[in-house]
Design a protein around this ligand. Structure first.
Ligand code: NAP
Ligand code: GDD
Length: 354
């Protein structure tokens, strides 16, 4: 019906992609619902940073808790679900493999079961990942939708369960479920444990005299790094396509962690060799050494191409972290500061309040 807003439910709305996607969908005129899990320190800094806290209807739920997910889906009655919630840090998945399987794998299955019983017309986007390729590469040195999957972390195995079960539900029940096989994407809203943001944040501190070293693990790993703000648009475009399909989203360029380090120090005019140390603690038991995505399918069917180049991405992240630390030194209050949270949102949307 014309004039009626489309409704989207986002799991993982407090994460990097969830925040950018929420902003994107609000700008498209969607009514946006977001699932938030109960944590002792609320994590709304990204939504505050983007100034969209007041525009989202929050629902309290957890990917491990089927009844709360069912209530969230029934209460929001969405046209589209974007399943971005995950234990998304590969390193942690080696420490908490069962949680990874539960949240990332079974979490999607819970959503699919609820959607199958509630309304099979809801379109579902699943945040799949290049991590699934492991050491698998096409002859031309890239990874595409056809490349065999060889997951080599508990995280990747959990995402394989989600990918395969989504395909089974798509074929068995005719449901509109799509997987975005997204390669690494970064931004100033990236979590500090991921290598890019760990680097840019520390480089900013070193530049301002607040730190004197950056301790990393495997500098030789290569990644296809894109800009998260651009990638969330693809999540939406994938769900608007005529048929439910899976798409690789990437830049088709690969760079090593060392190159990321070099470019970051270059951005502030310092020599990286003076500050970088290696510690085995940051090395993984089983590593994905090389990723380079072939996004030709997305280019052809969705008319998409990445815009932000590697050096631009590094610079915008370093600049953002410099700005934050400079503001911090001036004693300014910062939306990115986890300590500056608004407390529990008092307006959690609940069906029983209607
Ligand atoms: P992120 O910043 O780590 O955000 C993860 C989100 O999941 C957070 O909102 C987190 O909530 C939520 N979450 C975790 N466990 C949950 C649970 N049990 N119940 C409810 N919510 C839970 O991740 P991201 O970078 O935005 O990535 C989004 C999705 O894309 C993830 O599924 C990730 O695996 C996938 N992906 C990411 C990339 C990438 O390069 N960024 C590439 C490929 C795929 P809290 O705020 O409470 O922790
Ligand atoms: N985090 C981290 N910290 N990684 C390091 C470090 C360090 O100190 N030193 C080297 N690395 C290497 C890791 O071993 C890995 O090879 C690479 O840097 C990138 O690590 P992360 O930034 O943690 O990302 P990831 O590639 O493991 O996983 C991200 O991308 C996946 C898509 O390929 C996450 O966002 C996943 O959720 C996502 O699916």
């Amino acid at each position: 019906m014309e004039g009626v807003k489309k409704k989207a439910l986002i799991t993982g709305i407090t994460g990097q992609d969830g925040a950018y996607l929420a902003k994107f969908l609000l700008e498209k005129g969607y009514e946006v619902f977001g699932i938030v899990r109960r944590v002792s320190t609320p994590n709304f800094w990204r939504l505050q940073y983007l100034e969209i806290m007041d525009d989202i209807k929050f629902i309290s739920a957890d990917m491990s808790d089927m009844s709360s997910l069912a209530e969230a889906i029934h209460a929001s009655n969405p046209d589209e679900i974007y399943n971005l919630a995950a234990q998304s840090f590969v390193g942690s998945s080696f420490d908490q493999p069962i949680q990874a399987a539960d949240v990332n794998g079974l979490g999607l299955l819970r959503i699919l079961e609820i959607v199958r019983n509630f309304n099979k017309n809801i379109r579902v986007y699943q945040a799949s990942t290049s991590e699934l390729y492991g050491s698998s590469v096409n002859e031309d040195g890239s990874q595409s939708e056809e490349t065999p999957l060889k997951p080599n972390s508990p995280y990747a195995v959990s995402k394989l369960l989600a990918l395969e079960i989504s395909r089974v539900y798509r074929e068995s029940y005719g449901m509109f479920i799509c997987n975005g096989m997204l390669f690494n994407h970064e931004s100033p809203l990236r979590g500090l444990e991921f290598v890019t943001r760990k680097i840019t944040n520390e480089v900013a501190k070193i530049k301002l005299g607040l730190s004197n070293q950056l301790i990393l693990g495997n500098l030789d790993a290569q990644r296809d790094w894109g800009y998260a703000k651009e990638y969330v648009e693809l999540m939406w475009r994938i769900l608007q396509y005529d048929k439910p399909e899976d798409f690789v989203i990437a830049t088709n360029e690969t760079h090593s962690v060392q190159e990321f380090v070099e470019e970051s120090f270059k951005a502030v005019g310092l020599d990286w060799k003076m500050y970088v140390r290696i510690n085995e603690q940051y090395k993984r038991p089983y590593e994905v050494q090389y990723l380079k995505g072939d996004y030709n399918k997305a280019k052809k069917l969705l008319g998409w191409e990445p815009k932000t180049k590697f050096n631009e991405l590094v610079k915008l992240m370093v600049d953002a972290d410099l700005k934050r630390w400079e503001a911090h030194l001036k004693g300014e209050s910062l939306a990115w500061d986890a300590l500056n949270h608004p407390g529990h949102v008092s307006y959690l949307y609940r069906k029983r309040d209607e």
